[in-house]
Design a protein around this ligand. Structure first.
Ligand SMILES: Cc1cc2nc3c(=O)[nH]c(=O)nc-3n(C[C@H](O)[C@H](O)[C@H](O)COP(=O)(O)OP(=O)(O)OC[C@H]3O[C@@H](n4cnc5c(N)ncnc54)[C@H](O)[C@@H]3O)c2cc1C
Length: 349
């Protein structure tokens, strides 16, 4: 099989790049290792209502995502933050309104962030998108070989996957050592984290004038927010797990019930009986994380495209992933910035 532009990775960067190329009438193929598209954008489905297991928020001023949401016939709504916040002390005593951890002013995509990737995927020519297609090796002809032995040749290849995973690909010739070092040095945003979601028939905490925002010094959840759908058809709370990746891995299946117990300590006994609950540990997701990602970077890295990777294989290999975005690196907006830059480069060549 041959194509002009082969896109590796069907997260938001890859999907939005495919969409831009398709709109410009440019020939492309997209291959994604998972059975599903979306990458770090993933949701728990409860009777057709989607709850974010990856990203939840976008922010005012992020013009690309705002435009895309509108182009796709979707809309944004404000993160729920009305009511008191809770704080759980190390003694498990719960205090009201100690005043931090609200995400007021953040915006959510109606229908969940997977509405974005689903809507993009639905607009792509299905014949050009292949799932269950893991790229194992890549060469400068350029061509790739998939796990099932299939070979795809292209005029150029775009890597829309976390840089540390790109460094793991078997490349021929091998990437220059400076490029490999640069790729390995880029932390995959949020890959060290785990997110827990609990879904209820309604957002019952709002009736007690609680916003759903909580922070805790006990854990296992350290930061909790309302994750209910816009229409209030269900209530949902999500929390980030505060334990490091290795301790989470040791705790295993005990972690989710411990998180639900904690929600009941904070929000009352009704929280003990969710309709559905899930814990997504991104450090255990091999198509997102590498062992180096188990430790979160101390703050939000200042992402950019390192010089050492800018001209591998004379422009036949391009990187377009949020961690290499010209702005908003690591974020949803960054994924769109990265694909915008790559599309401009491809369409100009
Ligand atoms: C828990 C969590 C919370 C977050 N919160 C926010 C938030 O609130 N706001 C925000 O803006 N951002 C947030 N983010 C970041 C956001 O999810 C990312 O910026 C965005 O999803 C990255 O998209 P991407 O396409 O660049 O990369 P990815 O989504 O990582 O896509 C890479 C794709 O490549 C595929 N792949 C990997 N290896 C191969 C291979 N060998 N062959 C073929 N395919 C392969 C993967 O399966 C994946 O589909 C969060 C992330 C997480 C995990």
């Amino acid at each position: 099989m041959h194509t002009q532009t082969l896109i590796i990775g069907g997260g938001l960067s890859g999907l939005s790049l495919a969409y831009r190329l398709q709109q410009a009438g440019h020939d492309y193929r997209l291959v994604e290792a998972h059975a599903r598209l979306g990458g770090r954008i993933k949701s728990l489905d409860v009777n057709g209502t989607k709850f974010d297991l990856g990203p939840s928020w976008v922010w005012p001023g992020q013009t690309r995502v705002t435009q895309l949401v509108s182009d796709l016939g979707l809309h944004l709504f404000e993160q729920w933050s009305t009511g008191d916040q809770l704080y759980e002390q190390p003694t498990r005593e719960v205090l009201r309104n100690t005043g931090f951890m609200s995400m007021a002013g953040s915006l959510r995509v109606a229908g969940g962030t997977t509405a974005l990737t689903d809507a993009l995927a639905a607009r792509l020519d299905p014949a050009k998108v292949q799932t269950n297609a893991k790229v194992m090796s890549i060469n400068d002809s350029p061509a790739v070989e998939l796990a099932d032995g299939q070979t795809i040749t292209a005029a150029r290849i775009v890597l829309c996957l976390p840089p540390r995973l790109a460094a793991q690909l078997q490349a021929s010739p091998a990437f220059p050592s400076a490029a490999l070092a640069a790729l390995r040095a880029i932390p995959t945003w949020m890959a060290a984290h785990a997110k827990c979601i609990a879904v209820y028939p309604k957002p019952f905490w709002r009736e007690s004038n609680l916003s759903g925002d909580a922070s805790s010094r006990c854990g296992p959840l350290v930061e909790i927010h309302d994750a209910s759908p816009e229409d209030g058809a269900y209530g949902a709370l999500f929390g980030f797990v505060g334990l490091p990746a290795d301790i989470r891995s040791e705790a295993g299946a005990a972690l989710l019930p411990a998180a639900i117990d904690q929600l009941a300590r904070l929000f009352g006994p009704v929280a003990k009986e969710p309709l559905a609950a899930e814990l997504e540990d991104w450090s255990q997701a091999p198509l997102t994380s590498t062992p180096e990602d188990a430790l979160a970077p101390p703050g939000h890295p200042s992402y950019d495209m390192p010089k050492a990777v800018q001209d591998i294989w004379q422009g036949k290999l391009i990187f377009a992933v949020t961690e290499m975005a010209p702005d908003n690196g690591g974020l949803i907006e960054g994924a769109l910035a990265a694909s915008e830059k790559a599309a401009a480069q491809i369409l100009a060549s």
